[in-house]
Design a protein around this ligand. Structure first.
Ligand code: SF4
Ligand code: SF4
Length: 182
């Protein structure tokens, strides 16, 4: 899906290659009609790429998954290999692990699951979590558990904390009622 116009934020020499997984897993609202998450875009030829590349929507041209931007992620983390796209849609939102519904357990496989949990531990100290999406199902990944997100809640409507508050307590999540999805 990506372009090289934002080359300064991309890992030098890293290309999408035959990966097109974002063209399947992402929900794309700027297309007419909108593209549902988990279904191939009508313009995508999996393994070959976008049939409307020259005229693709600007949102597609601007999109880069985290694998394209994070040099710490090895080739094993290329989305079509690991089975999920890592994305951060906005600063206030958690990292999203958007899983290919054709490989719904990909995020639970090793070495990915342990590595993701390591990132969760760092995020949790900032009271942030990672969110896993598999079709309509969503989880918040905490260092010591994965918590299903109630369907009526947005991704940012949560608070995580240790219970008891002393170091060493279990991680807990509270879903906030004030900002429920409309
Ligand atoms: S998921 Fe990432 S690597 Fe794959 S096509 Fe999209 S931007 Fe490129
Ligand atoms: S228009 Fe092209 S780049 Fe955008 S989602 Fe469809 S196949 Fe991918």
């Amino acid at each position: 899906m990506s372009t090289e116009t934002a080359a300064s934020i991309l890992v030098a020499g890293r290309e999408c290659g035959s990966c097109s997984l974002c063209c399947k897993v992402m929900t794309i609202t700027y297309m007419d009609p909108p593209k549902a998450g988990g279904k191939w875009c009508q313009h995508c030829s999996p393994g070959k790429g976008c049939a409307v590349w020259q005229d693709r929507p600007q949102g597609c041209a601007d999109f880069h998954c985290d694998w394209r931007k994070n040099a710490q992620l090895s080739e094993d983390w290329r989305p079509d290999r690991c089975g999920f796209v890592i994305n951060k849609a906005a600063e206030h939102l958690p990292f999203e692990i958007i899983v290919d519904p054709g490989r719904p357990d990909a995020w639970r496989k090793e070495p990915y699951y342990s590595a993701l949990k390591g990132a969760c531990r760092i995020a949790a100290e900032k009271r942030q979590a990672m969110m896993v999406l598999v079709g309509q199902r969503r989880w918040l990944m905490l260092p010591d558990k994965d918590v299903a997100i109630p369907s009526e809640h947005h991704a940012s409507d949560y608070r995580i904390f240790r219970a008891p508050a002393l170091q060493g307590g279990d991680w807990q999540v509270e879903f906030l009622a004030a900002a429920k999805a409309s």
